[in-house]
Design a protein around this ligand. Structure first.
Ligand SMILES: [Zn+2]
Length: 91
């Protein structure tokens, strides 16, 4: 199974990454127009870094942009606590 996004590790630029979560988000851009994309978290298989990744629809350039941000250990642990302790019951 291939990754849904061209994700590269922001620390070492490896594309060997484990995708842990992936979902959709929506919101508004700086000009107040609706936008959205995919967001999730991953772990690099090469260097072990944890990171957020996302795509966003750029309404000016009419293209989809991708980005990755290194995640702090604190934020990573918060994600893990949600995954282990959360309940998935839908309202
Ligand atoms: Zn890496």
């Amino acid at each position: 199974m291939s990754n849904p996004l061209p994700i590269k590790c922001p620390a070492c630029n490896s594309d060997e990454v484990d995708v842990l979560t992936a979902g959709l988000w929506d919101g508004v851009d700086k000009a107040g127009r609706g936008t959205g994309g995919i967001a999730g978290i991953g772990t690099c298989k090469t260097c072990g870094a944890h990171f957020d990744y996302f795509s966003v629809q750029d309404r000016d350039a009419m293209e989809v942009r991708y980005g990755c941000d290194i995640m702090t250990g604190e934020r990573w642990e918060w994600h893990m606590s949600i995954r282990s302790g959360g309940n998935n019951s839908a309202a």
